[in-house]
Design a protein around this ligand. Structure first.
Ligand code: ZN
Length: 253
């Protein structure tokens, strides 16, 4: 009876080790790319929009990443890993923000600096040049460059946010216009929407990588197998509890 129990325990142990090894091997091919939008202190975050994350919650997530030993990658480091030219630290993550909100500058970047973390913000050129006070303008983007070298600025189109029905030639024109004001080779599709023509226009304009996004899209970790112009991100919303955030980081999916 004792022998049978011992055999059963050994089988269970082997199974456990096998599952953990499988998860770790699978995970070495993947990186979680976190997609944020706005960040505001809880006391003024009253709109109910789940894309506006409480500053306190954002800080808890950064603290957790730090505690678990995650390295926050730069875009070039991510690109190098994606092209199998560089190895990654086992626990690596890429932090991104979309739209270039002014509140990122006011409430998020100081926390990223505090925890010594990198991040990228995908800005819309037409918003940055509009001085609308909701989005970082060109002057603020210059301040970001000097005050926060850990924050990279990349393209979310010049003027395709809500204007995505452009022809190949119009996308080329838009993409080049953005390259003139923000020198970058990285792009995030507005709302994660893309077409084959859109992808071709980005390639032909010299962008080397493009990120997808959107509530109807597949939210999962990026994989070495993903196309460089269809890199998926995980949406981080204000109603995501910390346990779910941890699961998204740790599970190989
Ligand atoms: Zn957007």
């Amino acid at each position: 009876m004792k022998k049978k129990l011992l055999i059963l325990l050994c089988i269970l142990l082997l199974l456990f080790v096998g599952v953990i090894s499988f998860i770790l091997i699978k995970d070495s091919h993947k990186i979680a790319i976190l997609g944020y939008h706005s960040v505001m202190p809880k006391e003024i975050n009253t709109s109910g929009d789940m894309l506006v994350v409480d500053r306190e919650k954002f800080e808890d997530e950064l603290k957790l990443l730090k505690k678990l030993g995650y390295k926050t990658m730069t875009l070039d480091e991510y690109y190098c890993w994606k092209n199998k030219e560089c190895k990654k630290k086992q626990k690596s993550v890429l932090i991104t923000f979309d739209d270039g909100y002014q509140n990122n500058y006011e409430y998020a970047y100081d926390l990223l600096k505090k925890y010594n973390m990198n991040a990228v913000v995908f800005c819309v050129g037409a918003y940055a040049t509009a001085n609308d006070e909701i989005h970082m303008n060109m002057e603020t983007l210059d301040k970001v460059r000097s005050e926060y070298p850990n924050i990279e600025i990349a393209s979310h189109s010049y003027d395709m946010h809500y204007h995505s029905d452009k022809t190949y030639e119009e996308v080329i024109e838009d993409a080049n216009k953005m390259k003139e004001i923000i020198q970058t080779e990285y792009y995030a599709y507005p709302f994660g929407d893309y077409t084959d023509e859109y992808i071709k226009a980005l390639k032909d304009s010299g962008y080397k990588m493009a990120f997808t996004f959107g509530p109807k899209k597949e939210h999962r970790k990026s994989d070495l197998k993903d196309d460089n112009y269809l890199v998926p991100r995980l949406n981080i919303s204000n109603d995501m509890p910390l346990w779910k955030f941890i699961l998204r980081l740790l599970l190989p999916m």
